[in-house]
Design a protein around this ligand. Sequence first.
Ligand code: FES
Ligand code: FES
Length: 163
Amino acid sequence: MQATLTINGNSHAVDVPPATLLVELLRDHLGLTGTHIGCETSQCGVCNVLVDGLAVKACTVLAVSLDGGKVTTIEGLAQGEGLHPMQAAFREHHGLQCGFCTPGMVIAGIGIAERHGAQVSDAVIAHELEGNLCRCTGYLNIISAIGAGARAMASTTLETVDA
Ligand code: FES
Ligand code: FES
């Protein structure tokens, strides 16, 4: 079945079986292995990507259902050598240990920042992360990183607007 998706800014015309999951398309067909697979049952969040700006679990979506859609994976966040503000916040606040959950956490963090803005509280972040599991259990630093990333994203937007 054919579909055309814009992935990390590039248009991809794909022809895959109708049951192909988005995470399978990304990893197995396009080599974008930064999107991980954990539970495959919508519980762990390691497969999070942005679909039309919203954080979505890529193990729950059929690739062909996104015909015409826009997907951003962890590989699409940095601008050249410059990390996305949420990625930079994870590095600054030690929001990762083994790193397996990190792509999904960063994407979830961007979704949280987009919906709640710079003033998002730690309690709200913790609640929002119920669908993201970290087997290293580094949640406190992840929450700090997302809060800092949300503030950095807001100030980046303001600077862009002011420019
Ligand atoms: Fe998608 Fe766990 S692999 S939520
Ligand atoms: Fe290891 Fe989260 S940093 S699973």
